[in-house]
Design a protein around this ligand. Structure first.
Ligand code: PEP
Ligand code: MG
Length: 568
């Protein structure tokens, strides 16, 4: 059994699909004669053409005509008669199919690479792509491709980038396990919004499992069981049923308010990555959207930053979909682990501490203004709140807000209808902002505490690294004190404070957050009903006492113990 971090709850039992580029080893050995070698090559060539067509077909939904043209170029190469006859010629001279394919491909690649013309030079990369695919087929190796999965599997990878995760087909992906990552890495966050069970930070899994191995992914406990016995399969099927039953039972709370036993009400909202996630929030009884991570609009855009119109349509769809409920949209939070195809971020030693989020937006105000215009135009379709990510200083907040006000005024002058009630707030995810929260609250309409980054920066522990994931301690008194400063700071100026980091959906933290006075909890949609059930069973007054004791503790373990005893 391998152990990792349960990142998106659920249980899956299925065959492994390993996302790992095969290592190619070529031998010039003809085992069963020339004719067999020729047949091996011809079959591989046919399969290659077929594969490229399939990839093209699947990609057609997401790519423009120009982007699809690349596949035509690949097809042309694979169908080039000159290439085919050269390889066949070499086989007839007594060479193996793999050796001949590699030799002719290498020759063509170096020929194109040495050309003066930039266009032909670039074609060398296409030939490399095609010949890699062809060689894998000759050798009977499978090139993993998430878009080609067409049967139920559990994806196993070293790491899944946010764009890999976006490609996962929910219909066939029973779950995934990765070597790298923590509970708050973006692949984990996306798994929760897709409702796919996931275990991350599973050291050694890539070396331990093979393609096609049967595994149990226990994403409740964070365990992976390889080649389980009949008994174990039975046991986990029961566990899975119980999990699904419990989920179903919570449905009775969908239309209920989140009120404590002594009558204190809080809002439970959902975190989303785009318009398609709205349905999940509503189905799970979300009272609003507490975090719309707009960077996914940017990451899904292929060639350039999304236009004002594209963004306007997405924001309008979310606001309309939420039917007047509050929607907090975060402006572009790119950089760190979130990259764009069409924009190269400068190389930095510590990208998480570097040029990202509001720092990028205040530098590339053209990109920022486009987003703000789209948002302001969409504001008439619902209840919009805008917040800026990674605010460290008062000046950053005021500069960002000034740009917002300028764009709003411009739109009004242009005769565009805009809402007069857009709230402008900020994420509190850098300790500097939490410590100075009472001052920030004089300018911001609300706060949303981003604990994923707040904990990362407070503990100086990379949220992507499983080696230091023990420092992800939401219940550490130091973190609780920063949260208290933030909430008290907001309340001192009559403002509200929410939380949209993963801690907001953490059942063990809910009682303390309630006691600290948090007004809004925003989480993965699938966590909402469970949180509602917990909060409805608590007394706010008792939780205030618990919170006071918790911030006076020394360790996260002490806080956890205290909470456990109080709730008993
Ligand atoms: C956070 O940092 O807590 C947060 C909600 O933002 P993200 O996870 O997108 O960095
Ligand atoms: Mg963050």
């Amino acid at each position: 059994m391998l152990k990792g971090i349960a990142a998106s709850s659920g249980i899956a039992i299925g065959r492994v699909y390993k996302l790992q580029a095969p290592v190619i080893e070529v031998f010039n050995e003809v085992k069963e004669g020339i004719e067999k070698e020729k047949e091996r090559f011809k079959k591989a060539l046919e399969k290659t053409i077929d594969d490229i067509n399939k990839v093209k077909q699947r990609a057609a939904a997401n790519l423009s005509k120009e982007e699809l043209a690349i596949f035509d170029a690949h097809l042309m190469m694979a169908q080039d008669p000159e290439f085919e006859s050269q390889v066949v010629g070499m086989i007839e001279e007594g060479n193996s199919a793999d050796h001949s394919t590699k030799s002719v491909s290498d020759m063509m690649i170096s020929m194109f690479e040495s050309m003066e013309d930039a266009y032909f030079k670039e074609r060398a990369a296409d030939i490399k792509d095609v010949s890699y695919r062809l060689l894998c087929n000759v050798l009977g190796l499978t090139i993993p491709d998430l878009t080609l999965i067409d049967s139920e599997v559990i994806v196993v990878a070293s790491d899944l980038t946010p764009s890999d995760t976006a490609q996962l087909n929910k219909q066939y992906t029973l779950g995934f396990a990765t070597e790298i990552g923590g509970r708050t890495s973006h692949s984990a966050i996306m798994a929760r919004s897709l409702e796919i069970p996931a275990v991350v930070g599973v050291k050694g899994i890539m070396d331990t499992v093979k393609n096609g191995d049967l595994i149990i992914l226990d994403a409740l406990e964070g365990n992976i069981i390889i080649n389980p016995s009949e008994e174990e399969i039975k046991e986990y099927n029961l566990k899975k049923e119980a999990f699904l039953e419990e989920k179903k039972a919570l449905q009775v709370l969908v239309n209920e308010k989140t009120i404590t036993l002594d009558g204190h009400q809080v809002d439970l909202a959902g975190n989303i990555g785009g318009p398609k996630d709205v349905e999940g929030v509503l189905n799970n009884g979300g009272e609003g959207v507490g975090l719309f991570r707009t960077e996914f609009l940017y990451m899904n855009s292929e060639n350039d930053f999304p236009t004002e119109e594209e963004q306007f349509n997405a924001y309008k769809a979310v606001l309309e979909g939420m039917q007047g409920k509050r929607v907090v949209v975060r402006t572009l939070d790119i950089g760190g682990d979130k990259k764009l195809n069409y924009f190269t971020f400068p190389e930095e030693m510590n990208p998480f501490l570097g040029y990202r989020a509001i720092r990028f937006c205040l530098d590339r105000t053209d990109v920022f203004r486009t987003q703000l215009r789209a948002l302001i135009r969409a504001s008439v379709y619902g209840k919009l709140c805008i917040m800026f990510p990674m605010i460290a200083t008062i000046k950053e907040f005021l500069d960002a807000k000034a740009i917002f006000l300028e764009e709003k005024e411009k739109l009004v002058k242009e005769g565009v209808k805009v809402s007069e009630n857009i709230e402008v707030g900020m994420m509190v995810e850098i300790p500097a902002a939490a410590i100075l929260a009472d001052e920030f609250a004089k300018h911001a309409d609300f706060f949303s505490i981003g604990t994923n980054d707040l904990i990362q920066y407070s503990m100086a522990a990379d949220r992507m690294s499983e080696k230091v994931s023990y420092l992800y301690q939401p219940l550490n008194p130091s973190i609780l004190r920063l949260i208290k400063l933030t909430i008290d700071g907001a309340h001192s100026q009559g403002k509200w404070a929410g939380m949209c980091g993963e801690m907001a959906g953490d059942a063990s933290a809910a009682p303390i957050l309630l006691g600290l006075g948090l007004d809004e909890f925003s989480m993965s949609a699938t966590s909402i009903l469970k949180a509602r059930k917990i909060i409805r069973g608590l007394n706010k007054k008792d939780m205030e006492e618990l919170a006071n004791k918790a911030i006076a503790c020394q360790t996260a373990q002490e806080v956890a113990q205290l909470a456990k005893e109080t709730l008993k």
